[in-house]
Design a protein around this ligand. Sequence first.
Ligand SMILES: O=C(O)CCC(=O)C(=O)O
Ligand SMILES: [Fe+2]
Length: 299
Amino acid sequence: MLKASQGLTAEEERIGISLHEKGFAVFEFPDAELDARIARIQDNLQPRYGIDFNDPRSDKTSGEHRIQDAWKFDEDVRAIAANETVLDLLSKLYGRRAFPFQTLNFPVGTQQEIHSDSVHFSSLPERFMCGVWLAMEDVGPNAGPLFYHPGSHRWPIMTNALIGRRGFGSTLNSAQDPYGAAWRALCAVDAAPAETFLARKGQALIWCANLLHGGTHQDDPSQTRWSQVTHYYFNDCIYYTPAFSDEALGRLDLRNLVAISDELPRPNFYMGEILDTSSKRRAGRRESIRQRLVKYLRR
Ligand SMILES: O=C(O)CCC(=O)C(=O)O
Ligand SMILES: [Fe+2]
């Protein structure tokens, strides 16, 4: 049905149905150069982690685990993030043009607690965000594979209002911390059992904006688990960080994004118009509301 109405190939339809039903989809990363890119990325990034990669018995999990936005200096990281086939696929499935805005490169398991990326990256309208996780080597059960709860992408999005916390102007070491207990409680009540992704090198997994996921404990710290995560938004949305926002008060921690694919800004859009966030305009509006209030009270 989808195939006929939206011109999807059988493979695109399979991915779309999996995203809709389970909140994630696995596919072969479409890049003939991938092996060469991975080798170059490993060479380029290895010295930056402070990990001894040469000794097969060394603990690879001690040291820095992630490099954010390596696309700015590594052409292969950029090429993976900006892969045209992936961009076309996501754009077709979401009905708005996708653009990559952040990369993360990990040499080992992240061992991250369960979370949804939606507290870091959200959009208005909501859920126009996804992550693509790429296995840059085979991932065995002792290398801290990715895990997720199928179907959790359909749950309500966790917000500060739901957990009784003010976000705007707050600071946090990890934007995920305040929500951990609430996510775990939801899982205890309602989640399908967690699944892990024992990926083969070159396989990728798309996760939907609100899918609960994390990294399992890396039982064998001497192993590596190279991966790249690219986060995508879609055109014509407001992009903001919910952890530092209070939506009900209209206080949004807006993002000023640049698309990795064309290095052009993606301004915040609301109903087809660029959101005017200049402080002059905000001040003007505050003034006029105050004046009106004063007039009203003096009646
Ligand atoms: O690779 C992992 O273990 C999880 C990564 C992740 O959650 C993220 O980058 O959003
Ligand atoms: Fe995540």
